[in-house]
Design a protein around this ligand. Structure first.
Ligand code: HEM
Length: 127
């Protein structure tokens, strides 16, 4: 197979037209024009992201393995090496989780623990 066609992001934007829907997902370029009416999510969303990098929109939907398989059919090239971006990881980082709960007395897990302790003391006191 020949090397995939190289596109700059400006070229993707320029070649996206009302009659041709072209966008970028994870540094690959897709021409989904023939797929617009078949897309289960509707053609408006695809036309809406035409000419742009739709990686986040695509990932946000949580597309199935089937969808990822279908998209191979519409692959027309890739973004030139100098304009590629690392796949953005939007998953929650452990650091965020750690700091989110806060370290105060009333951080989420301590509340039920304290409640249980108080309840046991009350129980002991009353019996
Ligand atoms: C070549 C690219 C794409 C292909 C092949 C594709 C394919 C599919 C398929 C097969 C589904 C059905 C559900 C599933 O199997 O996951 C779907 C649903 C959907 N897609 Fe896409 N999709 C593409 C790009 C996009 C993009 C870029 C967006 C957003 C801008 C999008 C938005 C949606 C939405 C909103 C749904 C409906 C989800 C629901 O009803 O729960 N898709 N797509």
């Amino acid at each position: 197979m020949s090397d995939p066609k190289q596109y700059t992001r400006a070229e993707v934007e320029a070649q996206n037209k009302p009659e041709v829907t072209l966008f970028v997902i994870h540094n690959k370029v897709y021409n989904v024009t023939p797929f617009l009416d078949e897309h289960p999510g509707g053609h408006e969303v695809l036309v809406g992201v035409g000419g742009t990098d739709a990686s986040e929109d695509f990932d946000d939907i949580g597309h199935s393995v089937d969808a990822r398989d279908i998209m191979k059919k519409y692959l027309v090239g890739e973004i030139v090496e100098s304009e590629r971006v690392e796949k953005t990881k939007r998953s929650v980082k452990w650091d965020d989780v750690k700091h989110d709960g806060g370290s105060g007395l009333f951080s989420t897990w301590r509340v039920p623990l304290l409640a249980a302790l108080v309840a046991s003391l009350v129980y002991l006191y009353l019996t």
